[in-house]
Design a protein around this ligand. Structure first.
Ligand SMILES: C[S@@+](CC[C@H](N)C(=O)[O-])C[C@H]1O[C@@H](n2cnc3c(N)ncnc32)[C@H](O)[C@@H]1O
Length: 278
């Protein structure tokens, strides 16, 4: 499986565990080899990556995110992500993991500079709980990092908790795979509402993964109901929307655990993932 591209790191609301099911639905629309896929609110890119792993050429994918993920994917698509800068940032990590938190806190306190896109995946991989860190003008906002933690004699958890996930070696491997495999992807580092300025082509299939209602806030948001009705008014394209609840009568409950079975998303009281088609 090592040839497959993976998301850089876990991210709040990231779709890596259900990306295969979402991609099945987008590919099932069956508009043929010229279909253009729109991954709006793409974040860490789980759905676009899944499409590329299934053989979709990156040039047929349009990603969009107003946050630093949008800047990151724009640089990846244009081939301007600087691997030397990224490797220097990894090399500058302290040799002892216990020092990561202070190191990352100090880095994130500096004004955002020309290395924003190379620094961002590193910040996000160290983010506490995978929460979104975003750029607010010249500053990083919401930058909270994890401590290295080791179990004591009485702790329930028996393994240490790492301050960075994945660690530097695996993050480097994933980013290198992304640089090679996702080059050519189109990315708009804009507010989602700007996509409503012009109709999309007739061969478009659109997926939107908005911030969910009543979950941890992101640095950005928009009104989903307004977006859907304005989208439908100007576009014919199939529109799929993720949420924690069904949004219409054409909604499917997705399952966690993949083909090998496992925990069903249908269990009462558990977090649910729905895909609604408009
Ligand atoms: C649920 S997350 C997407 C996760 C993504 N699908 C993944 O797999 O990583 C929602 C995303 O919407 C983006 N977002 C929120 N408001 C937005 C807006 N008005 N325009 C564009 N993107 C927005 C956030 O930056 C965040 O990355």
């Amino acid at each position: 499986m090592s040839h497959l591209i993976r998301v850089p790191c876990s991210y709040q609301g990231g779709k890596q565990r259900i990306a295969a099911q979402i991609a099945d639905h987008l590919l099932d629309v069956g508009l043929g080899p010229s279909t253009q896929f729109y991954d709006l609110c793409c974040g860490s890119g789980a759905v676009s990556i899944e499409l590329v792993n299934r053989g979709v050429d990156p040039s047929r994918i349009w990603m969009l995110d107003v946050s630093s993920w949008g800047s990151f994917w724009s640089a990846i698509g244009a081939g301007t992500f600087n691997m030397d800068v990224f490797e220097r940032l990894l090399a500058e990590l302290p040799s002892d993991k216990r020092g990561y938190k202070d190191h990352m806190s100090a880095l994130s306190a500096l004004p955002t500079g020309k290395d924003e896109v190379e620094l961002y995946p590193l910040l996000q991989a160290c983010s506490f709980g995978g929460k979104q860190i975003w750029r607010d003008g010249e500053r990083w906002a919401n930058a909270c990092f994890r401590d290295y933690w080791e179990p004591t004699a009485t702790s329930v958890r028996r393994s240490p908790a790492n301050p960075m996930q994945p660690g530097p070696t695996e993050l480097r491997r994933r980013i290198a795979a992304i640089v090679n495999g996702m080059r050519g992807v189109n990315c708009l580092n804009k507010d989602i509402m700007t996509i409503l300025n012009t109709p999309l082509p007739s061969n478009a299939v659109v997926y939107v993964d908005p911030p969910y209602k009543s979950t941890t806030k992101y640095g950005f948001s928009f009104d989903l109901t307004t977006f859907i009705s304005r989208f439908r008014a100007i576009n014919q394209a199939p529109l799929f929307v993720s949420e924690g609840t069904p949004l219409n009568d054409n909604s499917l409950l997705l399952t966690f655990g993949g083909a090998k079975g496992g925990i069903s998303g249908a269990r009462k009281g558990k977090h649910q993932e729905w895909l609604s088609r408009f």
